[in-house]
Design a protein around this ligand. Structure first.
Ligand code: GSH
Length: 227
């Protein structure tokens, strides 16, 4: 199977972390990019988004698109251990956490913090750190406190094992880190500790390294904003 992606996409990374947790082999093609889709990409995904998965690399007419669909597919391919909790209530919570991270958290980090720093630097302009700090404060006002309250004193976001909920959260927070924003320990200690536990897993640590290399290759320096 072939996964179509793009460097630094939190959704592509989410699918790749699940594949790594499950020891699944796939060909990775980072060619499709939001900055320029290859011709005919809409036949694979009419939404023109990545990740897109071709279970049969020779059959581009049959793709599975959207990170949530791809992750659920991967989980069925290699179900043990599952990244989806067994108990109904934990399963429901895991899917809700995944959804809130894929939608609102992704949007507020992507547009509010990542874009003003990263897109500016990538196009040769200075980072708009004022906008990024304002974007971070929007996050810090509602969404991060909500996620931290959902975590409570528990180790994982849903149920008593590492799940899709932990991956969906961590992959978005990784993009905050990439533009210099760590979760401040005084305000978000438990969430920060959850993040640090998650990125210590080999399936995620690998992508921390990969992303660092990608950013270094781009040849610009991202300054620490909040540590
Ligand atoms: N809900 C989708 C979101 C995918 C998504 O937004 N991917 C971005 C890259 S990070 C993309 O393809 N953006 C291009 C666009 O929206 O035109 C998923 O979970 O896969």
């Amino acid at each position: 199977m072939k996964l179509l992606g793009s460097p630094l996409s939190p959704f592509v990374r989410k699918a790749r972390i699940v594949a790594a947790e499950k020891n699944l082999d796939y060909d990775y093609d980072p060619r499709p990019s939001p900055l320029g889709w290859p011709e005919g990409f809409e036949k694979i995904n009419p939404l023109k988004r990545i990740p897109a998965l071709l279970p049969d690399s020779d059959n581009p007419d049959f793709a599975i698109n959207d990170s949530s669909a791809i992750c659920a597919y991967f989980d069925k391919l290699n179900p043990n251990p599952s990244l989806y909790p067994e108990a109904a209530v934990d399963y429901g919570r895991a899917l809700w956490m995944e959804e809130v991270c894929d939608s609102e958290l992704a949007n507020k980090i992507g547009m509010g913090v990542f874009r003003p720093v990263f897109f500016n630097l990538a196009s040769g302009k200075p980072a708009d750190t004022k906008a990024a700090h304002a974007g971070f404060e929007v996050l810090a006002s509602v969404l991060l406190p909500y996620l931290q309250a959902q975590l409570g004193e528990r180790e994982y976001m849903a149920g008593d094992a590492f799940s899709i909920a932990d991956i969906a959260l961590t992959t978005q927070l990784m993009n905050l880190n990439l533009v210099g924003f760590a979760l401040p320990k005084d305000r978000f200690g438990p969430l920060r500790a959850h993040f640090e536990r998650s990125i210590a897993r080999p399936s995620i640590a690998h992508f921390i390294e990969q992303d660092k290399i990608t950013v270094e290759k781009m040849g610009f320096q991202v300054e620490r904003q909040i540590d």
